[in-house]
Design a protein around this ligand. Structure first.
Ligand code: BES
Ligand code: MN
Ligand code: ZN
Length: 492
């Protein structure tokens, strides 16, 4: 699909479909009226007033061509004027994209009117995201493929002083959407295809296609040499060998890197602490943290920012087996700390803790890990909001605000001292589970013990990485948040 930004005035003679946004007061903004001739303007103004169209958020109406008006008009409601913000606009934008898709339109033109409450650049990037998302399909394993999209071109008409910013907004939204689809598709792949080796291949392919990214993969032998007893205690029960994958993007000489670490459990059965059968299939999504890291690195390869960014993926399969770890087993981590494994289903923190020790060698400016870590996170925050925790408040704040900016929200949980004591083990330095309550926080506390030498934060995406039910699918979250967080460092 093509996006065209232009500051030329609209030629209605060559229009195919003009999209006009209308607020709840149902006034045709004067700059929109100016695009139309007198007859067309009257027609539209009276249609808006008469029709059952109430210009609510997400309400869209397609006016077919007439003799006087040889182009479609797509009316998009924005709802009450004082409630309009980017979240409201995104709902309208999604409705526009789905209408365009269902009516098989080929070209849509936008000209933002003077009454729009958000900036034309924000509106542009929100619309690009909606169009890209509406075209996403995962049908690799279906005989009947979804129809190829009919939309060919989206045109944004803006004032000359907004042109540069609009073009940048389009590029950013395109790169983000590409990264988000990568994350979605990796998440949607079944566990028999998406193994640790598969994730390593994807990362190597990204390194191969982008001269700015170098990928390397540590095998289990390498990890044995590094003393990664916690990681290996998870992967040893599976016939699929574990992989520790590193993707390095260099865009800023020898500046300290921003490091992302993704949980890549390609299937989580729970191990010997076996999970119940219902919905266990959804544990193929237990690598969505890793998928978001691959997605973000894909977007970074497109945007080529002047930053150093490293993406690390801890990839393993968690299986029950004769040689699998058992409750009560004690392992020594790469940090030297010993861990008593009381529950083999708390495996994410075991692969992540060794990855967190591993990334010390990069002397990071900050480390953010991303993990579908705890079911308790869904109890705490539901499916709309990821959890964020960390040892550095400015870092946590940056992630929280990046989440709000990107409409991919995260909210902080505390890592106070009283929670840490819940991990005291009678036999080892730490145990891998806490008590009954505060499951997301004790998981965060566990990780924090391996992230003491740099500013660190943890995103628990258990509730946000995929949706269950009839529309079961990976969401590609938190790629929008992570990319916004990283790109906010440009020019700082
Ligand atoms: N991958 C799961 C967490 C999870 C469960 C995410 C359900 C999304 C939906 C993780 O490895 C896990 O099993 N966590 C345990 C921890 C417990 C044993 C302390 C959990 O949440 O039950
Ligand atoms: Mn588990
Ligand atoms: Zn898991």
């Amino acid at each position: 699909m093509h996006y065209l930004s232009s500051s030329d005035s609209i030629q209605t003679s060559s229009l195919s479909c003009l999209c006009l946004t209308i607020s709840g007061d149902k006034q045709l903004p004067s700059s929109s009226a100016q695009l139309l001739n007198t007859e067309q303007g009257k027609e539209v103004a009276s249609l808006i007033k008469d029709l059952s169209f109430s210009a609510g958020v997400g309400e869209v109406l397609l006016l077919p061509r007439t003799n006087e008006r040889p182009f479609h008009i797509l009316l998009a409601g924005l709802g009450e004027r004082d409630k309009q913000d980017s979240i409201q606009f995104a709902k309208s934008s999604d409705a526009i994209a789905s209408m365009v898709k269902s009516k098989k339109l080929t070209t849509v033109t936008f000209s933002f009117d003077e009454t729009l409450k958000i900036s034309p650049t924000d509106a542009t990037s929100i619309l690009v995201e909606s169009f890209e998302t509406s075209h996403y399909a995962f049908d690799a394993y279906k005989a009947k493929k979804s129809d190829s999209p009919s939309l060919e071109s989206v045109n944004f008409h803006v004032s000359a002083d907004q042109l540069e910013a609009t073009k940048n907004a389009v590029s950013y939204a395109q790169a983000m959407s590409k990264g988000r689809s990568v994350a979605r598709s990796l998440g949607n792949e079944p566990g028999n295809v998406c193994t640790p080796a598969f994730l390593a291949e994807q990362a190597l392919a990204l390194g191969g296609s982008s001269s700015a990214i170098n990928t390397s993969v540590l095998e289990e032998d390498d990890m044995t040499k590094l003393g990664m007893g916690a990681f290996l205690s998870v992967s040893k029960g599976s016939t699929e060998p574990g992989k520790l994958i590193t993707m390095e993007y260099n865009g800023a000489g020898d500046a300290a890197p921003l490091v992302l670490v993704g949980k890549g459990i390609t299937f989580d059965t729970g191990g010997i602490s076996l999970k119940p059968g219902a919905q266990m299939d959804e544990m193929k999504f237990d690598m969505c943290g890793a998928a978001s890291v691959l997605g973000v690195m894909t977007a970074i390869a497109e945007l080529q920012p002047p930053l150093n960014i490293i993406g690390v993926i801890a990839a393993a399969e968690n299986m029950p087996a004769g040689n699998a770890s058992k409750p009560g087993d004690i392992v020594t981590t790469a940090s030297g700390k010993t861990v008593e494994i009381l529950n083999t289903d708390a495996e994410g923190r075991l692969v992540l803790c060794d990855a967190l020790t591993y990334v010390e060698k990069f002397k990071p400016a900050a480390v953010v890990d991303i993990a579908t870590l705890t079911g308790a996170c869904i109890v705490a925050l539901g499916h709309s909001t990821s959890a964020v925790m960390g040892n550095n408040q400015p870092l946590v704040d940056k992630l929280t605000s990046a989440g709000l900016e990107a409409r991919d929200k995260a909210w902080q949980l505390p890592l106070w001292d009283e929670y840490h004591t819940l991990l005291d083990s009678p036999f080892a330095d730490v145990q891998n589970i806490g008590g009954k309550g505060a499951g997301s926080i004790t998981a965060g506390c566990f990780l924090s013990k391996f992230a003491e030498s740099y500013p660190w934060a943890h995103l628990d995406i258990a509730g946000t990485a995929w949706v269950s039910g009839k529309d079961k699918a990976a969401t590609g979250r938190p790629v929008p948040l992570l990319l916004r967080y990283l790109m906010n460092h440009v020019g700082q």
